[in-house]
Design a protein around this ligand. Structure first.
Ligand code: SAM
Length: 274
């Protein structure tokens, strides 16, 4: 997976990019994002799948400089003909996208509206990905999503620390087993179907094993890991000139970190005395 580790992907976790890229069934309908910012999600998707085209929806309220950065990013990655920007989806003709990522306004009413747009513009085998589903400041996101799920034929099958992946009920078996196979192949820690009971501070089992199903459909829940741990689990080398310090720290055993630091200090001292 191609991963650009600078501020382009400040809102995107490696696991979320990985599952969005690898769960996509088709590329012909293209993808759509509501809430684009600098384009981190869309640009990552298109760099990893050159067959894709995308529609980007964002009014950029009071964010002119961010919109400019987005347009410049499209130019610098040569994607200006592949990603079309619109301030809203009202003027779009009907589409059958293969994936729709919802990450725009985070109020309950806005997310409900976006989910209905997604439902009406998604291919039968398509995926809806909802961002900030567990965000402590935006409970309307999970509330709107669950309302939508219970009133439609959509159901979640996979959740990461930021996103929920949902599909039509008739596609659930397919997506659940495809996501399970990816989790196993890459040894990504998660729970499937059951939440394990855990002991309290006295060592007594305080919570018992329970089903995590929604509408009767068991859920794949990925354990929370930092961005850097996710990159390591996926064995991704970021395409940047400088390996971020935190990654280096996690890749090297502690004594080697000390040796590297010492050598760097000695070199710096030597250079300043020259
Ligand atoms: C968190 S950022 C999106 C990050 C982006 N998805 C990424 O992965 O880099 C939220 C974006 O939602 C946009 N936004 C705000 N209100 C919106 C609306 N009503 N419809 C669509 N987008 C909206 C903001 O302009 C901002 O760019």
């Amino acid at each position: 997976m191609i991963w650009h580790s600078d501020e382009l992907v400040e809102w995107l976790d490696p696991y979320d990019a990985f599952f969005s890229i690898n769960l996509l069934v088709d590329s012909r309908g293209g993808i759509c994002e509501v809430g684009v910012y600098k384009g981190g999600y869309l640009i990552t998707m298109l760099r990893n799948n050159p067959e894709l085209n995308a529609v980007a929806i964002d009014p950029y309220p009071g964010l002119n400089s961010i919109q400019e950065t987005f347009l410049n990013n499209l130019l610098s990655y040569g994607l200006e003909d592949k990603i079309k920007h619109f301030p809203d989806y009202n003027s779009l003709k009907a589409n059958l996208f293969d994936l729709i990522h919802i990450d725009g306004a985070h109020s309950e009413s806005a997310v409900i509206k976006d989910l209905h747009f997604a439902k009406d513009n998604l291919a039968n085998k398509g995926l809806i990905v909802i961002d900030d589903i567990w965000h402590p400041l935006f409970p309307g996101v999970v509330s709107a999503t669950m309302k939508f799920v219970h009133e439609s034929d959509f159901v979640p099958f996979l959740s990461t620390r930021q996103k929920m992946f949902i599909c039509r009920e008739n596609q659930y078996e397919y997506y659940y087993s495809k996501a399970s196979a990816l989790l196993q192949k890459f040894n990504i820690s998660h729970s499937s179907g059951w939440a394990k009971g855990s002991p309290n501070h006295q060592g007594v089992l305080a919570a018992f094993d329970q089903s995590n199903a929604i509408k009767g459909f068991p859920q794949l829940m990925i354990d929370r890991k930092s961005k850097y741990e996710q990159l390591i689990v996926l064995k991704i080398i970021a395409d940047t000139n400088r390996v971020p310090r935190k990654i280096l720290k996690q890749l090297l055993p502690p004594f080697l970190v000390l040796v590297v630091k010492k050598l760097a200090n000695q070199t710096r001292n030597l250079l300043t005395t020259l």
